[in-house]
Write a protein that binds this ligand. Structure first.
Ligand code: AMP
Length: 204
């Protein structure tokens, strides 16, 4: 490598709703010195600020549907082109479709890059449902019925299953047990990443 720049990791994090993905994503970003990029967060910010993109996706998101691949891919191309993502990134919530997987591959290939690893948070479905049900009760979210929670888990498995299989075939998957405290799960993530030679920024 020339220039002596530290080559960061290009990571994905996947896991079912309620597995603590957002929390772990934020922590990984901080300790590995790479930006955590959540397409859901970016879309939500656009809706809130009523940008042209936000106005376009508002109804789609409210219905719980996927934003079209063309818009989502364009958003990611733009975001990964920003300076802070040049030496690595952690994507959360993208890619979600086969088309997005292919787009990301070609986007990275165009820069002579590829994904480093995919962190998969794994958690027992019944445990997650129970956890989310308790949280909904505590927060008085009566719309979060057990049925709705189970449905979201099923959608996740159906939509994300093929992507996980694809990354598994490429040898990129790092399975991490997602049940336990934030610190326990974080320690497992660190172990998994270090098995691929990826270490926190301070220790690099
Ligand atoms: P999330 O917070 O990741 O669950 O995303 C919230 C919503 O944003 C989703 O329900 C979709 O409407 C939209 N969204 C986020 N990421 C994507 C993606 N990769 N592809 C399509 N739609 C997405």
């Amino acid at each position: 490598m020339t220039g002596g720049a530290l080559q960061g990791a290009r990571l994905l994090i996947v896991g079912p709703p309620g597995a603590g993905k957002g929390t772990q994503a934020g922590r990984i970003a901080e300790s590995y010195g790479i930006p955590a990029i959540s397409t859901g967060d970016i879309f939500r910010a656009n809706v809130k600020n009523e940008t042209p993109l936000g106005l376009q996706v508002k109804a789609i998101m409210a219905a719980g549907d996927y934003v079209p691949d063309s818009l989502t891919n364009e958003l990611i191309e733009d975001r990964l082109g920003q300076a802070d993502a040049v030496n690595g990134f952690l994507l959360d919530g993208y890619p979600r479709t086969a088309d997005q997987v292919a787009f990301l591959d070609s986007l990275l290939a165009g820069k002579g890059e590829e994904l480093t690893a995919v962190v998969q948070l794994v958690a027992d479905r019944d445990e997650i449902v129970e956890r989310l049900r308790k949280r909904a009760l505590e927060q008085g979210r009566s719309d979060d019925t057990e049925e709705a929670i189970r449905h979201r888990q099923d959608v996740y498995l159906r939509e994300t299953g093929p992507l996980i299989a694809e990354y598994g075939d490429r040898g990129l998957l790092l399975e991490v047990d997602g049940l336990g405290t934030v610190d326990e799960v974080a320690a497992r993530v660190d172990d998994a990443l270090s098995s691929r030679g990826i270490r926190p920024a301070a220790a690099a």
